[in-house]
Design a protein around this ligand. Structure first.
Ligand code: URA
Length: 218
């Protein structure tokens, strides 16, 4: 199972490596498809690679990444156990915002990554990934408010972008308060999934790969 997911994620990474669906690949050093555990229960989705990410081919390894690491440490969440990616997989020139057509061109990769990993919680970092799940949402208004959707239920948890929080001490306070609530969001998913499965009257379910077994992340 883990191996299948790892192989499927690797295949996507290979496709991203030769992707010319939008012009962003031009002038980049490395693609940044995403990194983390193939069975991750929590997926973080940022905006797009920056300078250091482009150099290393890994997401969130620059200043924003250091801050993300700090946030994960606050809640004792091991970075190795989550999956981290972005809405666009090549660095936009001069770190400009990704354009709608670039986000659209890259969407199939992100859609497939989500389908393969099948996370219980999707944390969006910044407004571009937020817009996938909260198209009319304003980040300043909805950050830190999870939306629970689907069957099995998934929590979509919008947070500020780490770079924005680094620039603004007020946002930083909010960001830290929001991340401290992530364990509660996960617990709520567990609770809702448990009540759905007990209502489903399926006592023969012996799927040990299921999310309930894996959500012991802290
Ligand atoms: N900012 C992002 O949105 N993603 C990264 O990978 C790095 C910085």
């Amino acid at each position: 199972m883990t191996e299948d997911r790892a192989a499927a994620l690797k295949k996507i990474a290979e496709e991203v490596r030769t992707c010319t669906r939008c012009p962003l690949y031009q002038g980049t050093t490395n693609p940044v498809p995403g990194a983390g555990h193939p069975d991750a229960e929590i997926m973080f989705i940022g905006e797009g690679p920056g300078f250091y990410e482009d150099k290393q081919g890994l997401p969130f390894v620059g200043r924003s990444g250091n801050y993300l690491n700090e946030l994960l440490r606050i809640i004792n969440l091991d970075r190795q156990k989550v999956f981290i990616t972005n809405v666009v997989k090549h660095r936009p020139p001069e770190n400009r915002d990704p354009q709608p057509d670039e986000i659209l061109a890259c969407k199939p990769y992100l859609d497939q990554q989500i389908e393969i990993i099948n996370p219980a919680v999707i944390v969006t970092l910044g407004r571009f990934s937020m817009a996938r799940y909260f198209p009319d949402g304003k980040i300043s208004r909805i950050h830190g408010q999870p939306k629970f959707m689907g069957d099995p239920v998934i929590a979509y948890y919008p947070l500020f972008h780490p770079a924005a929080a680094l620039r603004n001490p007020e946002l930083r306070k909010a960001m830290e308060a929001d991340i401290k609530r992530l364990p509660d969001v996960i617990a709520e998913v567990q609770k809702r999934r448990a009540s759905t499965s007990s209502n489903a009257d399926d006592s023969s379910d012996s799927n040990n790969d299921g999310p309930m077994q894996q959500l012991s992340l802290f």
